[in-house]
Design a protein around this ligand. Structure first.
Ligand SMILES: O=C(O)CCC(=O)C(=O)O
Length: 298
């Protein structure tokens, strides 16, 4: 659905100004978007996952471990596809107002794509180099949007997600390095135009939500604080956007329609998209590549 058509539908969760900001900037940050009831349920589900991780000693399909992880002191980078592992995460993705917020920016027909829970543990945590998401999971159009929700307060010390304002309107960059390795990182020389005042930090109290367009350049630094930064990320698209490469984070809910109706016609955006490695034999996430080069511009 084209933006003009989306705008003909009144918003349900965002204000009109927030929706305009999303289209203009490629993201929007909304404090107090998630109720305390949902937050409590999500934290309980997260605690249950952390408890399960105590029995885990190496990365597997569910847990990506942070250095120093042990049964006594769990340290997680990520729970992959939380919707596959705890019913609360799917209930939140499908029943909570976040899917309505997505409808506000993609139109009334909304499809679920995948989810992840990035912890960024206290005193370290994963950093993410500047990148765009859509090259990792190309779709027939650029409606895919990630909804981020902080389960705890997140300030500048905790390595909040940060975005480059308006970058969704620019080009898609090469996420392979000069040796052809998939590094999920935009090369420094491609970002020589980037100024500090173009960068927005997604900080806020627990329950803060942001919507991030799939073309928007974003990243985050390490967590220098003594507090963790659990960030739940759910990706949705308009129902008329169809992925054409293997799903990197499969779940039983791939392609589930969470609002409105399935599409009978695919919508195609003519702008080209880079193709990722073939994930059909398993996904290798950015942590496998990005922490090798700590000098790179963040
Ligand atoms: O957790 C973060 O800070 C960034 C996550 C991210 O950029 C991604 O998963 O694409």
């Amino acid at each position: 659905m084209l933006t003009d058509e989306v705008l003909r539908h009144p918003t349900k969760v965002l204000t009109e100004a927030q929706r305009q900001a999303y289209f203009e900037d490629g993201f929007v940050l909304v404090e107090g978007a998630v109720s305390s009831d949902w937050l409590e349920r999500l934290r309980d589900a997260s605690d249950a996952m952390i408890a399960r991780s105590r029995a885990v000693t190496e990365n597997d399909d569910t847990f990506i471990l942070e250095e120093g992880h042990s049964a006594e002191t769990p340290r997680l980078k990520r729970v992959t596809s939380p919707v596959s592992h705890h019913e609360t995460f799917w209930a939140f993705a499908s029943e909570s107002p976040i899917a309505d917020a997505v409808a506000d920016v993609v139109g009334p027909n909304v499809k679920f794509y995948h989810s992840k829970l990035n912890y960024k543990w206290a005193g370290g945590g994963q950093r993410f180099a500047w990148h765009q998401d859509i090259q990792a999971w190309p779709h027939t159009n650029y409606s895919p949007v990630t909804v981020g929700v902080y389960l705890e307060d997140c300030d500048m010390e905790q390595g909040p997600l940060r975005t480059v304002r308006g970058s969704h309107k620019g080009e898609l960059y090469d996420l392979y390095d000069e040796n052809g390795a998939w590094v999920v990182k935009i090369a420094d020389h491609d970002l020589n135009w980037l100024q500090d005042d173009m960068i927005a930090h997604m900080t806020g109290p627990a329950g803060t939500m942001f919507l991030l367009n799939c073309r928007t350049i974003h990243g985050s630094t390490t967590n220098k604080s003594t507090r963790g930064r659990p960030l739940l990320l759910n990706v949705f698209s308009a129902a008329d956007a169809f992925p054409y490469m293997a799903q990197p984070l499969p779940s039983p809910y791939d392609g589930a329609i969470v609002r409105g109706e399935p599409a009978r016609w695919a919508h195609h955006d003519p702008r080209p998209c880079q193709i990722p490695p073939d994930w059909s034999n398993g996904y290798v996430g950015p942590w496998a590549h990005q922490n090798k080069d700590q000098t790179t511009r963040m």
